[in-house]
Write a protein of this length. Structure first.
Length: 228
């Protein structure tokens, strides 16, 4: 006798939480995420379908496989995953569980998802983030990003939080933890005050870094041409 799982018919998609690393495409025109466990080799978009991480042809989530998107029910449980050293730069995602899913005690394994909100933690120095910058690793065709404050961005490849939301599309909201959320574009298609402040801080940080480098090149005894 074959055991059948109970069937649920929710009136609206369940909500779940997970952590992931933000990604920027090689050409800088798209943004997405990559998981921190089994599906880490498969980047995904804000609205995307799951596929089997083992390359099998069955539809996810298969009962006899580990494939599919994964999330937990509790936000606090997802945030706790960022305490480990390898996940400190991950962002917290709030997702809508779409399509077929299998419910577990702590969360879901499911076929399709929409990322609604990405919450970005502090920069590695502890300051509030204004951008997502090159994390020093990536996937083929994708560059991994990590939270960065205005003082730590410097000349690294980076994108402001609101800019990441625009590139990701599908109505994604990007928020800085313990700061006001960055909601992306305003209703008329322009950036709001928080986004403009973040852009200005990012540009100022880069300008300060370039001025420091120019000063070093122009200082006597450093190989540059000094003033007499």
């Amino acid at each position: 006798m074959r055991l059948r799982l109970p069937v649920e018919r929710p009136t609206e998609p369940p909500t779940g939480y997970k952590i992931a690393h933000p990604l920027l495409s090689q050409d800088g025109t798209r943004a997405g995420f990559t998981g921190v466990s089994l599906g880490g080799a498969l980047p995904y978009g804000v609205l995307d379908d799951a596929s089997c991480a083992y390359g099998r042809r069955h539809r996810a989530p298969a009962r006899l496989c580990d494939c599919g998107f994964h999330c937990v029910h509790d936000r606090t449980a997802a945030e706790a995953l960022r305490c480990t050293a390898e996940h400190r730069a991950a962002v917290l995602l709030e997702v809508s569980v779409l399509g077929a899913y299998i419910r577990f005690e702590r969360g879901f394994r499911y076929a399709r998802q929409r990322v609604r909100t990405a919450t970005v933690g502090p920069c590695a120095c502890g300051a509030g983030p204004v951008a997502l910058a090159d994390a020093g690793w990536g996937r083929p065709g994708w560059q991994a990003l990590a939270p960065a404050c205005a003082g730590c961005v410097r000349a690294r490849t980076s994108v402001p939080l609101a800019g990441f939301a625009r590139l990701a599309g599908e109505g994604l909201r990007v928020a800085a933890a313990a700061t006001a959320p960055f909601a992306g574009l305003t209703a008329d298609g322009d950036m709001g005050v928080p986004e403009l402040v973040a852009e200005a801080a990012l540009l100022q940080a880069r300008l300060d870094w370039f001025q420091t480098q120019l000063a070093r090149l122009g200082s006597p005894g450093t190989g540059g041409e000094g003033r007499g």
